[in-house]
Design a protein around this ligand. Structure first.
Ligand code: G1P
Length: 271
């Protein structure tokens, strides 16, 4: 069973400037609700019991969002507003299952994952990247089902426009296992169009093996001077660890860019 999830939240959010200059991008409202709440809800609905949020001192606002008790309690005492009581109860419910760890320098997703090493208990855990919202179908849940069936690592995958491959981690696939799942032969972080083995991209949902931590310790910074989870995964694949690319059925929304962010609210508003 996959019981723990981690969510890296220490990134600077440069693609969302100026919105992210003084505000944590993951708390920006998407159709009236912080983006992060959609991600947490996806975890809960997928049966996750503990969520580790990786933040930095600069993003302490995220912790404050979940620990603003005095403010809520004073308001509830004064106003007894049922809506506020309901919202506060929701925050308390979320808080029961979240834990914070710190990544004080934004050295990449691989480095963020490494910060959770001593908290991961089981052989596999889930990672969700908060820029990627997937609506209409719970992607984490269907990936967990694939994992249950094949007992190996799983990554979310989507076909993208060939011209945009340099924006993503890109797969080279091998064997087809069923309608939605393929074994991965290789994965390359943000290749040029020329070097891309396909137009199948990594989307921000990963079921990773605990063994990745040992690998991450040795992973050197690459593209953009960051330590990429993709590089550690590729090295595990070369060491015969099996990874599956799961073509999810939900709709992908990119909340990490201004245009994508604006569109996300529109799409969720239509649900
Ligand atoms: C990260 C990963 C990349 C993946 C993408 C999905 O990139 O490094 O492999 O395709 O998320 O959103 P980032 O968005 O941090 O540039």
């Amino acid at each position: 069973m996959i019981k723990q999830a981690i969510i890296p939240l220490a990134g600077l959010g440069t693609r969302l400037l100026p919105l992210s200059s003084v505000f944590a991008k993951e708390l920006l409202p998407i159709n009236g609700k912080p983006g992060l709440e959609y991600i947490i809800q996806e975890c809960i609905d997928a049966g996750i019991k503990e969520i580790i949020l990786i933040i930095s001192k600069k993003k302490i606002m995220i912790k404050n969002y979940f620990y603003n008790d005095k403010f809520y309690k004073d308001l509830i005492k004064k106003k007894k507003d049922p809506r506020i009581i309901k919202e506060y109860k929701k925050i308390l419910r979320f808080r029961k299952m979240i834990k914070f760890v710190y990544q004080d320098k934004p050295k990449g997703t691989g480095d963020a994952v490494l910060k959770t090493k001593k908290f991961i208990k089981d052989k596999y855990f889930l990672m969700l990247l908060p820029d990627d919202l997937i609506i209409k179908k719970n992607c984490s849940k269907s990936m967990i089902n694939t994992h249950k069936k094949y007992k190996v690592s799983v990554m979310a995958s989507m076909t993208v426009n060939k011209k945009t491959v340099s924006r993503w981690g890109i797969f080279e696939l091998s064997k087809k296992l069923n309608k939605t799942d393929y074994l991965i032969k290789d994965v390359i972080e943000k290749p040029t169009t020329k070097k891309a083995p396909s137009n199948k991209a990594v989307i921000g949902r990963y079921i990773l093996p605990k063994s990745i931590f040992e690998n991450l310790k040795k992973t050197k910074p690459s593209k953009g001077g960051e330590i990429h989870i993709t590089d550690a995964i590729q090295s595990l694949i070369l060491n015969n660890e099996k990874f599956i690319a799961h073509n999810f059925l939900g709709k992908y929304l990119d909340c990490g860019t201004i245009n994508g962010y604006i569109n996300s609210s529109k799409e969720i508003g239509k649900l």
